[in-house]
Design a protein around this ligand. Structure first.
Ligand code: SF4
Ligand code: SF4
Length: 128
């Protein structure tokens, strides 16, 4: 089992914090629903994305907030906080059994994202 450090530039997301940080406790990376599999980073998405302009999403965002012990410890130690990553893109070369991601870092991006499918795991690489 491993967990990558998450860098995210999706500043439209409620979980985003300046410094390319994600404050969610956990994120799930999926294939875009329409296609059902991924051949390039644009076919993947971060399911934990919550658009910060949508009031209804605030509740969901707070549910998945990485607050409390982990965050306090991270701030005290000066380390960067990172969410647990679960990934269902099983043809990515970093994917591992149990829906783990073996990459050291992942980069989530999605300029002006307004929905989950606007976000991508830029680190995706087809294992073919
Ligand atoms: S888009 Fe995903 S990785 Fe980025 S801040 Fe939101 S929940 Fe975190
Ligand atoms: S790098 Fe691959 S295995 Fe890791 S989260 Fe992104 S798509 Fe999933």
């Amino acid at each position: 089992m491993s967990n990558p450090m998450v860098k995210c530039s999706v500043d439209q997301c409620t979980h985003y914090m300046p410094g390319e940080q994600c404050m969610a406790a956990k994120i799930s990376v999926y294939n875009d629903e329409l296609k059902g599999n991924s051949g390039k980073p644009q076919d993947t998405l971060c399911k934990a994305f919550h658009h910060r302009k949508t009031m209804g999403d605030m509740v969901g965002a707070f549910h998945n907030a990485n607050i409390g012990g982990t965050m306090t410890a991270a701030f005290l130690e000066g380390t960067q906080i990172t969410p647990a990553v679960e990934c269902f893109v099983n043809n990515c070369k970093f994917w591992d059994n149990g829906n783990y991601c073996n990459a050291e870092n992942i980069h989530v991006a999605g300029p002006n994202a307004s929905k989950t499918s606007d976000t991508d795991c830029e680190t995706f690489q087809d294992n073919k």
